[in-house]
Design a protein around this ligand. Structure first.
Ligand SMILES: CC(=O)SCCNC(=O)CCNC(=O)[C@H](O)C(C)(C)COP(=O)(O)OP(=O)(O)OC[C@H]1O[C@@H](n2cnc3c(N)ncnc32)[C@H](O)[C@@H]1OP(=O)(O)O
Ligand SMILES: O=C([O-])CC(=O)C(=O)O
Length: 455
């Protein structure tokens, strides 16, 4: 055991790992390696074609990347139009969006009715599964519990390995329908066993929309408002899909290209989404804002807030990661359309709940971040940064009484629709090849030394 309490085997190995992992950064340029599969101008390296979603954050004029307002399209339809269409008819739109993402077309009234009825019947978990799996699950991280539960569902599927289209659609619908139930039950179970709260396991109601049914399972019949359900439905629509290149969707495309089973592929995507630079950022934003609220005395003082953000970038504050969570995006430059729509709700909710001062702090950070970031990075990053979907989502969830452990799982509850659409595309009309890029070895050859001769 070393002085620090870390076993010496681990300490020695860690030191070796640090040395062995070092790669001269100039070699990336020398061998034209696209770090993070990104070109020098920060645009993504083109690795595939898709019919599902389109994320637009800039246009290319020759070699120059020109920032534009962000746009998001599901199967060619602007996501704002999908939101407006459902809102105007005073109905929830997430289930329709799921149908659209999977099938490629908007459902007729009859098709939507039959689809919702079918999905409603699938929401219930198999007999005994809640007891044997969910209530037996250890741990407080719902994303981790969700991944384990998805893998457990493999054992109940007699056709788990069948990758014919019909079976893949069947498995997809089953998982999409069951995610809200698994998440709600896992949350109640976690609170019961780790926070001494009453255990509430409510049967799903097949007649409700996904958003309403989830709130009912979380809070109880009649214990949520129409406004809360509308806002949750909006969040579910906005998180459902983001093209093939976002990390979790690319992950499911990579794992699916090996022809692995649906449960393994979805578990891999969950692992990716959980990361704080991806879907896990919504939780991190809330922690960061709590940290800022504690350490910045005057929330309306631009200079004081700016100074603290610079400290965060300098790895001197918050979690010392150097990241301002909820800010920046691989594609969006001027704006993320999802953040704009969530921000509108955040402002309304903040007014209603007497939390305007907090909302204004969010807005100030959103407004200050691009310049602070530019000043900090200088010419190294010409790309503009903006608030991304994760910036306001946690605040919105918080205002409608949804607790932090559920933020990233809610993202997964929605994105499972996009993941399944991409898995179906990869296995039916994808490249038809296993995804297998190259890594250049830059370590010199060395001779083997027999154990007796090593020092
Ligand atoms: C649903 C979602 O996944 S939305 C994204 C959620 N994630 C976050 O909010 C975490 C904070 N944001 C980030 O870390 C980044 O903006 C990401 C991960 C979203 C995108 O990162 P990249 O694709 O590397 O962005 P981009 O190419 O614009 O970055 C340029 C540089 O700025 C850095 N950067 C970008 N955003 C931030 C940020 N918010 N804080 C600190 N540094 C940042 C990148 O690390 C990169 O640094 P490098 O040139 O030294 O390697
Ligand atoms: O596109 C990305 O890189 C991340 C993102 O916003 C998402 O997956 O919703």
């Amino acid at each position: 055991m070393s002085k620090s309490g870390i076993p010496s085997v681990v300490k020695n190995l860690s030191e070796s790992v640090e040395k062995a992992s070092k790669i001269d950064p100039t070699l990336f340029e020398k061998f034209n390696v696209k770090r993070g599969l990104r070109n020098a101008d920060h645009s993504g390296v083109l690795v595939g074609l898709t019919n599902i979603g389109d994320v637009v954050g800039y246009k290319k004029e020759g070699d120059v990347l020109v920032p534009t307002e962000g746009k998001l399209f599901y199967r060619g339809i602007d996501v704002e139009e999908l939101v407006n269409g459902a809102t105007e008819q005073k109905r929830h739109g997430f289930d329709e969006v799921t149908y659209l993402l999977l099938s490629g077309k908007l459902p007729s009234g009859n098709e939507l009715g039959s689809f919702m009825e079918y999905m409603g019947a699938l929401r219930k978990l198999p007999d005994g599964f809640t007891n044997s799996m969910i209530l037996a699950n250890k741990g407080e991280n719902i994303m981790n519990i969700l991944a384990r539960t998805v893998l457990a569902l493999y054992t109940l599927d007699d056709n788990a390995e069948d990758i014919s289209t019909g079976n893949l659609v069947d498995q997809s619908l089953n998982l999409i329908a069951k995610f809200p139930t698994i998440i709600a039950y896992s949350y109640h179970s976690m609170r019961h066993f780790y926070q001494n709260k009453t255990l509430s396991i409510r049967h799903p109601n097949p007649d409700l929309s996904t958003a309403e049914n989830f709130l009912m399972m979380m809070k109880g019949e009649g214990k949520y408002t129409r406004l809360e359900a509308d806002i949750l439905d909006l969040a579910l629509i906005l998180h459902a899909e983001h093209g093939g290149g976002n990390n979790s969707t690319f992950t499911i495309r990579v794992t699916s290209s090996t022809h692995t089973d649906t449960y393994s592929a979805v578990a891999s995507a969950l692992g990716s989404l959980k990361g704080p630079l991806h879907g896990g950022a919504n939780h991190k934003v809330l922690c960061m804002m709590d940290n800022i609220k504690k350490n910045v005395k005057h929330w309306d003082d631009k200079q004081e807030v700016s100074d603290y953000l610079i400290k965060i970038l300098n790895k001197q504050a918050n979690d010392l990661s150097g990241k301002i969570y909820g800010i920046g995006h691989a594609v969006y430059t001027i704006s993320d359309p999802r953040a704009k729509l969530l921000k509108k709700q955040a402002r309304e909710l903040a007014k209603e709940k007497g939390r305007l001062e907090e909302y204004e702090l969010y807005e100030m950070i959103e407004n200050l971040a691009p310049q602070i970031f530019y000043d900090y990075k200088g010419d190294k990053v010409a790309k503009r940064v903006c608030a991304n979907v994760d910036f306001y989502s946690g605040f919105v969830y918080n205002c409608i009484g949804i607790k932090e452990p559920l933020y990233t799982p809610l993202f997964a509850m929605s994105r499972i629709s996009g993941w399944c659409a991409h898995r179906l595309e990869e296995l039916t009309f994808g490249s038809g090849r296993i995804i297998r890029p190259a890594y250049k070895n830059v370590f010199p050859l060395q001779n083997y030394i027999s154990l007796d001769d090593r020092n």
